[in-house]
Design a protein around this ligand. Structure first.
Ligand code: ADP
Ligand code: MG
Length: 256
């Protein structure tokens, strides 16, 4: 490399920084070498540079949204073994992964015993929705109820509820393991507000007839179910725990 091109590259790096074009900065050298080798026209070279910058912005936005979603663990549909739970309608799940339900502000409810893959599918649908360009946030039902109570006590409930409006899809995991107590009416308010603003995925180990145990009030539970199940896709997870099967398999392997 002669000195002129070294100076030029330094200047290009500097300009990229000033203009906040990190994708272009990372890729232009390689693209320029290729263009020289293959005799690519200057305008075509410029287009490739711009497209690299766009692609890198897209990647960074996805990464930021994945972090903001706070999934406990990343999970994808590719990793999900549908054969292990044949009653789960695979085609419907794949259809939901197209994220049309988010655009239509519909809900998804995953019901079934522990370890059957509800959190896995809910997370995978959330990740697919992020890929499709939506904002997603994952939260456990108990944490949500605690945050709602804290906001209520600090007279910040309205502001707290509004904070959720920026998410196109909220995943509320593990409803049913603990009673929500004084958080129940606030949870209802959250669901009612959500009904107006965006999609909700709820996972629960309890069938609907037992949700009253979580909310502790028949009228409240009916009103809540009315909202949640309106325009909802209900996925029923029947079968034995995948964790348990995994442990059994592992025991067999280590005892051999
Ligand atoms: P649940 O939320 O219903 O209690 P999880 O989704 O947390 O169950 O599943 C428990 C563990 O087993 C997770 O690590 C999950 O990735 C895995 N798992 C469950 N079902 C399947 C499946 N059908 N294929 C692959 N992994 C599965
Ligand atoms: Mg779970």
């Amino acid at each position: 490399m002669n000195r002129d091109s070294a100076v030029l590259e330094e200047l290009i790096d500097l300009r990229c920084k000033q203009l906040k074009l990190p994708g272009l900065r990372a890729s232009y050298r390689e693209l320029a070498r290729e263009a020289l080798e293959k005799g690519v026209a200057p305008s075509e070279f410029l287009l490739s540079c711009l497209e690299q910058e766009l692609a890198s912005r897209h990647r960074r936005r996805l990464e930021a949204r994945l972090r903001a979603a706070r999934f406990p663990q990343p999970k994808t549909l590719q990793e999900f073994d549908f054969d292990a739970i044949p009653q789960l309608p695979k085609a419907r799940v794949l259809q939901l992964a197209q994220a049309g339900f988010v655009a239509a502000r519909e809900n998804v409810i995953c019901l079934g015993p522990s370890g059957t893959g509800k959190t896995h599918i809910a997370t995978a649908l959330g990740m697919a929705a992020i890929e499709a360009g939506y904002r997603v946030r994952f939260i456990r039902a108990v944490t949500l109820a605690q945050e709602l109570l804290a906001a209520h006590q600090e007279v910040q409930l309205n502001r707290y509820l509004k904070g959720w409006a920026r998410f196109d899809l909220v995943i509320c995991d593990e409803l049913g393991y603990l009673r929500l107590g004084p958080g129940a009416p606030l949870f209802f308010q959250f669901v009612a507000e959500r009904h107006e603003t965006g999609s909700l995925i709820v996972t629960s180990n309890l069938e609907f007839s037992r949700w009253e145990e979580v909310f502790g009030d028949a009228a409240l539970t009916t009103a809540l179910l009315d909202r949640i199940t309106h325009r909802a896709h209900i996925l029923v997870f029947k079968g034995e725990s995948y964790r348990f099967r995994d442990t059994q398999r592992w025991r067999q392997e280590v005892s051999q």
